[in-house]
Design a protein around this ligand. Structure first.
Ligand code: NAP
Length: 488
């Protein structure tokens, strides 16, 4: 397909008024071959959207009761004769059984809605295969990314996009109009060679989540091993104490906040690196390296995983007092204190530390929940750009600062206590502080007027060493032009 074709809007602003040759999308008759789940949902949606529907089945008598009464259910050949646009809601392996209809199908638009069971299952896409079986028809690939359930519930819920491709611009436009009347958003994916890519989309498992999930798992594994060595292995080797019971809850609960906190800082670190790159090169038009580009694109998923770990940490922490080990330790401490006749066990500093630690932790979790909720497409779409950037950028940064306070109040003076260095390993919280503190310091540095001003100018298009044309009013009120270096 030529670049020109791609540049054209899929839905042209055509006026159909007074042109008898143009059939308006709603009201026209649409054919559906097959009477399965997809065909049924499609027929219901088409009828609700104002189309006349004719369903072609091998056994219309048996299947008619499954369709809305407004849809006509008849034999395949009969159905095909009554319409120019036919949705083929049949599996690829049964396409050859439709070959008897080749003559009646000639010159019509066939919409291939099929999916495969494996990525790149066949050498050619299902749509290309259908086109090879029916060379006298125009095949359009589309609607396969929409499930039967979404079709029935309408485009209110779930993904509204319908990806469409075909070698015929006209056929593509017709199917796009139908999709739009049904409440979907048609997306032009170009010519038929894109069909394979479109067919693979419903089969991909969380493509945008792979890197963030591996990152979270990697961090979890590192911190878990570190905490295991400090909390379980060290007392076992040095004091022959069996603390293995700590693994399922305590070690996991000290690992989760580390992952949540570092992941949150990793949401803001690529922005800092991007700003450094822009300041260094003095332009925003230089491409970021691929790894940074990828990182910037995965910030939402990294943030959501950070929220997930923080929420788990909150639940684990609430459940800590439920454990038997906790009750035994509490009784043991009480008995010890009674035997030592210690009456006043109140430590003012510890009380304050804990109160502040819990309070800032709750606030941080609240802010993270807000960030997570507003990153959902349905909520994000209801916000304007300023609201979205205020929540995700400003409130997100505040959440990072509050999480840092949470971590610092947890650690308190432990970093200065030599007993806390197990096998010379510093307390875990000191390690988690590294990246977030770097991000916070960098953000503070960027807010200094001299740096902020330069960064703002770069983001508005200013470039280091580029000469720009300027226009100055002369003393007489006339304008004179000249050239100057913009970075002077
Ligand atoms: P289904 O419930 O098994 O229906 C398939 C229909 O194909 C049958 O009801 C049958 O209708 C018809 N058919 C025609 N020739 C056939 C033959 N030789 N042998 C068996 N059946 C024959 O499948 P479905 O879920 O509706 O899926 C249909 C197509 O839509 C598939 O290509 C699928 O990949 C695609 N799709 C489905 C969904 C979904 O959510 N279900 C989503 C996206 C895409 P008659 O007996 O009336 O002829």
């Amino acid at each position: 397909m030529s670049g020109g074709d791609m540049a054209k809007p899929l839905l042209g602003h055509r006026s159909t008024e007074g042109d008898p040759s143009v059939v308006p999308a709603a009201g026209r008759t649409i054919g559906v071959l097959g009477s399965g789940d997809f065909a049924r949902s499609l027929a219901i949606r088409l009828v609700c959207s104002g189309f006349k529907v004719v369903v072609g089945s091998r056994n219309p008598k048996r299947k008619a009761c499954l369709f809305p009464s407004a849809a006509e259910v008849t034999f395949q050949a009969e159905a095909v004769k009554k319409t120019d646009v036919i949705f083929v809601a049949v599996f690829r392996e049964h396409y050859t059984t439709l070959c008897d209809l080749a003559d009646v199908l000639a010159g019509k638009i066939l919409v291939d809605v099929s999916n495969n069971t494996e990525i790149n299952h066949h050498r050619e896409s299902n749509a290309e295969y259908l086109a090879s079986l029916f060379p006298a028809c125009t095949v359009v690939k589309g609607f396969n990314v929409v499930s039967a359930w979404t079709l029935q519930s309408g485009a209110r819920d779930g993904n509204k996009q319908v990806l469409i491709c075909s070698n015929s611009q006209e056929a593509k436009r017709t199917v796009a109009e139908i999709a739009q009347v049904m409440g979907f958003t048609p997306v032009d994916m170009g010519c038929m060679s894109s069909a394979c890519e479109i067919e693979n989309i419903p089969l991909r498992l969380l493509p945008a989540w792979k890197i963030p999930i591996f990152l979270a798992l990697g961090l979890f594994l590192c911190f878990f091993t570190y905490n295991l060595v400090r909390q379980v292995i060290h007392p076992y080797i040095r004091e022959q104490k069996n603390k293995f019971y700590k693994i399922p809850v305590e070690v996991v609960n000290t690992t989760l906040p580390c992952v949540a906190y570092v992941m949150l800082s990793l949401v803001y670190l690529p922005g800092v690196l991007a700003a450094c790159s822009q300041l260094y090169y003095g332009t925003k038009y230089r491409r970021f390296p691929d790894w940074l580009d990828q990182w910037l694109q995965h910030r939402k998923q990294i943030g959501l995983l950070s929220f997930f770990c923080a929420a788990l940490h909150a639940v684990y922490s609430l459940c800590l007092p439920m454990r038997r080990s906790h009750r035994y330790q509490l009784i043991e401490t009480a008995v010890k204190q009674a035997m030592e006749k210690k009456m006043n066990i109140w430590v003012e500093e510890e009380v304050w530390r804990m109160e502040i630690y819990i309070s800032v932790g709750i606030i941080a979790l609240g802010l993270l929940s807000l960030l997570a909720i507003t990153s959902l497409p349905s909520i994000a779409n209801s916000l304007n750009w300023r609201e979205f950037s205020f929540i995700q950028s400003t409130l997100g940064f505040i959440a990072l600062v509050i999480s840092t306070l949470h971590t610092l109040t947890y650690g308190w003076s432990r970093a200065f206590d030599e007993n806390q260095y197990k096998f010379y390993l510093p307390p875990t919280y000191t390690l988690t502080l590294l990246v977030p503190c770097t991000v916070i310091l960098a953000k503070i540095a960027f807010s200094l007027p001299c740096i902020q001003h330069r960064l703002l100018r770069i983001r508005r298009g200013w470039e280091k060493g580029r000469y720009v044309k300027f226009v100055l009013p002369s003393a007489t009120g006339e304008y004179s032009s000249g050239e100057t270096s913009s970075n002077v």
